[in-house]
Ligand binder design. Sequence first.
Ligand code: UD1
Ligand code: MG
Length: 453
Amino acid sequence: MIELSVVILAAGRGTRMNSDKPKVLHELAGMSLLQRVLNCAHQLNAEKVCVVYGHGGDAVPLALQGSDALCVLQEPQLGTGHAVQQAMPHIEDGTHTLVLYGDVPLIQPATLHQMQKMEGALTLLTVNLADPSGYGRIVRNSEGDVTAIVEEKDATAEQREIHEVNTGIMLVPTRLLKGWLSKLKNSNSQGEYYLTDVVGMAVDEGIAVQTVQPGHEWEIHGVNSKSQLAVLERTWQQVEAKRLLAQGVTLADPARLDVRGRLECGRDVEIDVGCIFIGNVTLGNKVKVGAYCIIKNAMIADGTQIAAYSHIDSSVVGADCQIGPYARLRPGTLLHDAVHIGNFVEVKNSEINQASKANHLSYIGDTSIGRRVNIGAGTITCNYDGANKHRTVIEDDVFVGSDTQLVAPVKIAKGSTIGAGSTITRNTPEGELTLSRSKQTTINGWQRPVKKV
Ligand code: UD1
Ligand code: MG
C-alpha cells in the first residue's frame, strides 16, 4: 500500500446553513460532519491528516483539539486548488495525497481503499448521476480516457449533457500535485483556483488518469443546507436500519429508528418505533425495546425487556430484567439479572443485585441493594444532605414498605422489614421490623372548613 496523506477541505462558508456554527461542525447521526471524515481518514491509516479551515474563528481548531489532525487556515478562500495548496508545506513529497471534504460526511473507507489500489497515477472518484447539475463533468476522449474536468459554469452545452461527474475526491502522488498546484491559474468564470485543473495538467504530461466509483451514491453527497443535512441523516438511518434487519433484528418500522453511534444487537432482538440509540449500545439476544426509549452508552444482557418511554444512560443491565415503562436509569447504574425497575423509578450510581424489585415511583441514588429485595412504591433514598452525597446499603431479602425515606448514610440489614411510611435515619437490625410512625389518631367531631359567603 502507498503511504497516504489526507487533506480535508473545510474552509467554505456554508452560507446556506444559516448558522453561526461552521458547516462542518454540524452533526449527522450524533457526530460532526468533520469528525466523520476524520474517522474515515483514521481507518485508512493516513500518516498525516490536514484540515483546511476558514470561517468560524477558532471553532474548527477547538473542535479538533486532542486529535492528531493538523489545522491549516485558508484566508482568503480562493478555490479548491488554493485550499489544497495551503496544506502542501506540511505534506511529505513521497506520499500520495487524498483530498476529502469536511462536508461530505458519509464517504466510506471501502471506497477509498479501491482508490488506493490504483497504485501510481492520478485517481478520481467519479459517479454517474441521473441529474448531474451543479457538478464538474468528467470529459473523456474517444478511447474513453479522462482528458479533463469541466466545471458546470465553464462547460459547453454538449459537456453539460455528460452524466459522469467529479465527486471532488481524488488521490494524487504528492510530488506531482505540488508541481501542478503551483501552476494553477484562476482564469475561469468564477475567478478561482480550481483543484480540478490538475487533471488537464496530468493528461498533458502523459500521466494516466484513472477513475473509481463509490460503493454507494450517498457516500459522495455533500451538505450545503439544513435540508440536505436532514435528507442525508435519513439516508444514513436507513443504512443502519438495513444493516440491523439483515442481521435479523426486528424493527417495527425501519423508518422510525435513530442510531447516533454504534448499536450492536444479538439474535432475535425486537425494537419498537421511535427509539434513539446514542453512543455505544449493546443489546443481547432476545432483548425487547418498547416504543420511544432512549438508550445511551449501555449494555443490556440477554432476555431483558425494556418497556416504552424508558431512558437509560451509561448503565449496565443484566439478563432477564424488566425495565419500565417510564423508567430512568442514570449513569452508574448496574443491575444484575432478573431485576425489575418499574414506572417512574429513577436509579443513579447504584448497584442492584439479582431478583430485586423497585416497581413504582422511587428514587434510588448512591445505593447498594442486595438480592431479592423489594422496594415499595414511593421509596426515596435521601442521598444528599445539601453538601455531600452519602450511600445507602440495603442487604439481601429486605422488604421496604411504601412511602419510606432512607436517610443516608444508612444500612438496612439482611432480612429486615421497614414499615410503610417510615423515615429511617439509623441502621436497622437484621431480620426485624423497623418503623417510624406517629400513632394513628382520630379527632372526634372534627368538621371540614366551609366557604365564607
Ligand atoms: C467542486 C468541484 C467540482 C465537483 C464538486 C463536487 C472544483 C473546482 N470543483 O465544485 O468539480 O463536482 O466540488 O461537490 O474543485 N473549499 C475550501 N476552500 C475554497 C473553496 C472550497 O475549503 O477556497 C471547500 C468547500 O468548503 C467545500 C469544497 O471545498 O467543502 C468544495 O467547494 P465548492 O465551492 O462547493 O466546490 P464546487 O463548486 O461544489
Ligand atoms: Mg459544492
